[in-house]
Design a binder for this molecule. Structure first.
Ligand code: GTP
Ligand code: MG
Length: 335
């Protein structure tokens, strides 16, 4: 186990704030793009409501959680109350209806892990995936968006980390590295644990929002407008936080014993969760607890090869942040 002796942050860290903030600004989607997404949603709603008047459409994932880059596709969830609904039938029917309009490349992928209809709207140029009754994703999207409203540093940090992960090829779950969702949870938990804290733990506060989905109780304090300024005692800037984030995952995280938990705002022990050994395909080599599906480890995709790739990338990033004169240039170099 690596010693926990603190490495001291470089003295000139503050001159890196502006370059990092410029990168963040350059990745943010424009208002025009968001308007186009709304336009496409309205079109989809029109078609859906003709067939299923009671159904609703929700945006989820990066287009709605406020951690999306520009020019990303949109993820939509069709919520139908009928519990006995056959998802494949709904998707095939939906594909039929949408095909009739001039939407392009409409395809129903009924056998995927998350079955969807894919399509492209030639008017807005936006591609879209539609799933059925994946309400947990809609609710965890709201949780992420609510956290982002409390302190702007979360969005800044998560954009930099996601951009780094995409550039370095470690944002590919099918290759055993982590999803964007997992990286955002790592950023939230990291900011919950700063001293003084930059983010609170919403699931441990008064429950102002509560729903039951798929046997999971999803409840937390969602009046986040009351929490603006929560982290103002902490003056850390984006460059410092990026430096600390990488140095944490490179040198201080205890991969053998710890679980990252946004739900508790701390790290839990693997022992407590019984995540100490491989069960089926879940190896638990890096553990990130889903905030609502608490038996679900978002690190389950990581295997003994990809854990090395990930840790080497964290170490590379930490070193660049410590020693390079212009870290924002080398950090995002394609692998
Ligand atoms: P990019 O597309 O990379 O910009 O990021 P994204 O925010 O869309 O993230 P991602 O594609 O990883 O996931 C999309 C959404 O699916 C997330 O916001 C979650 O709502 C949901 N999601 C992804 N992975 C999981 C998972 O393992 N469990 C659950 N419950 N939800 C997930
Ligand atoms: Mg996505």
């Amino acid at each position: 186990r690596i010693s926990r002796r603190r490495i001291e942050c470089r003295r000139d860290i503050h001159r890196m704030n502006i370059p990092f903030l410029d990168i963040y600004e350059s990745l943010k989607p424009s208002e025009e793009e968001k308007a186009k997404q709304k336009q496409l949603m309205a079109l989809l709603e029109k078609h859906v409501n003709k067939e299923w008047p009671e159904a609703r459409l929700y945006l989820y994932g990066s287009c709605a959680n406020s951690f999306g880059f520009k020019k990303s596709d949109i993820d939509v969830c069709l919520a139908i109350d009928d519990l006995n609904v056959n998802k494949s039938e709904v998707l095939l029917k939906l594909a039929d209806i949408l095909q009739a309009d001039n939407l392009q490349n409409v395809q129903a992928l009924t056998r995927a892990r998350v079955p969807i209809v894919k399509l492209m709207d030639p008017v807005t140029g936006i591609s879209c995936d539609i799933c059925v009754n994946n309400l947990l994703a809609v609710i965890n999207t709201k949780l992420l968006r609510d956290y982002a409203l409390i302190d702007e540093r979360l969005r800044q940090l998560a954009f930099i980390i996601k951009h780094w992960a995409k550039s370095r090829g470690v944002n590919e779950t099918y290759q055993g590295t982590l999803s964007s969702y997992a990286y955002v949870l790592m950023c939230i938990n990291f900011l919950q644990q700063r001293n003084p804290a930059i983010l609170p733990c919403l699931q441990r506060m008064e429950r102002t929002y509560a729903v039951n989905v798929d046997n999971a109780e999803c409840a937390y304090f969602d009046q986040v407008e009351k929490l603006v300024g929560f982290g103002s005692q902490n003056r850390e800037t984006i460059a410092q936080l990026v430096w600390e984030f990488f140095s944490y995952w490179a040198f201080y995280h205890d991969y053998t014993n710890e679980v990252i938990s946004v739900r508790e705002g701390i790290t839990l022990s693997k022992h407590e969760k019984d995540w100490t050994r491989r069960v089926g395909n879940d190896r638990h080599l890096i553990c990130i607890e889903d905030p609502f599906e608490i038996t679900h480890d978002l690190g389950r995709v990581v295997d003994k090869y990809s854990i090395r790739v990930l840790r080497e990338e964290f170490e590379r990033a930490a070193e660049i942040m410590q020693y390079h004169s212009e870290p924002w240039v080398t950090l995002f170099e394609p692998y």
